[in-house]
Design a protein around this ligand. Structure first.
Ligand code: ITT
Length: 208
């Protein structure tokens, strides 16, 4: 596999860390928003993770002229009818206020017993080419919402998310352990397998 330059359309440092780790060792040069400081970040007004992921990837692909990868993800809580969902990043109002988002979630979940605290993380990866090519990968990670935050690792809702079959929260796992079972880790493994097979073919064809 020849080296491919791939622009990563995210401003979330936690996502970048996990993406770098999961794609480690592949002949990929990952460029980030720091390499494209003038990229106008899209609004993310879609009602699905797929729409938002595509919007981000296609926007950076157009801007950079390079194949681009975006991640749109979030938490769906059964007791809250799937909220915060696509609004996960700004559940408490301000975009990316992780502590505020966790605090609001715990308030909304107050008094709900353990059997009613089911939830899942969703991750949609979008790969977009500068000539309109696109590919989507969706994965989920089932679990439940803890009563209180635990752990210092990860980002976002990790301190209150306990993956199914585990007792530690996502924030109590190492980066490797989180990637082994998380929504994003699973999606990135599928992406890695795809790339190792030389797919999608448009990614490997020389731009004319
Ligand atoms: P970009 O759009 O720049 O990629 P973002 O943080 O705004 O970054 P999203 O719009 O996809 O990304 O929102 C995702 C939110 O969902 C994120 O801010 C977290 O609150 C939550 N989230 C997603 N994946 C998570 C994970 O692995 N662990 C904890 N929380 C996660």
């Amino acid at each position: 596999m020849k080296e491919i330059r791939l622009a990563v359309a995210t401003r979330n440092a936690g996502k970048i860390r996990e993406i770098r780790k999961a794609l480690e060792g592949l002949p990929l040069r990952l460029l980030t928003c720091e390499d494209f400081p003038d990229w106008p970040v899209p609004e993310e007004e879609g009602s699905t993770f797929e729409e938002n992921a595509l919007e981000k990837a296609e926007s950076l692909a157009r801007f950079s002229g390079l194949p681009s990868l975006a991640d749109d993800s979030g938490l769906e809580v059964d007791a809250l009818d799937g909220a915060p969902g696509v609004s996960s990043a700004y559940y408490a109002g301000r975009h990316g206020d992780d502590a505020g988002n966790v605090a609001r979630l715990l308030t909304e979940m107050e008094g709900i017993p353990s059997e009613g605290r089911g939830a899942r993380f969703v991750c949609v990866l979008a790969l977009a080419g500068p000539r309109g090519e696109r590919r989507l990968i969706r994965e989920t990670c089932e679990g439940r919402i803890a009563e209180e935050p635990r752990g210092e690792g990860g980002f976002g809702y990790d301190p209150v998310f306990v993956p199914r079959g585990h007792s530690r929260t996502m924030a109590e796992l190492t980066l490797e352990e989180k990637n082994a079972l998380s929504h994003r880790g699973k999606a990135l493994r599928r992406l890695r397998e795809l790339l190792e097979r030389g797919e999608p073919t448009w990614l490997f064809s020389d731009p004319s």
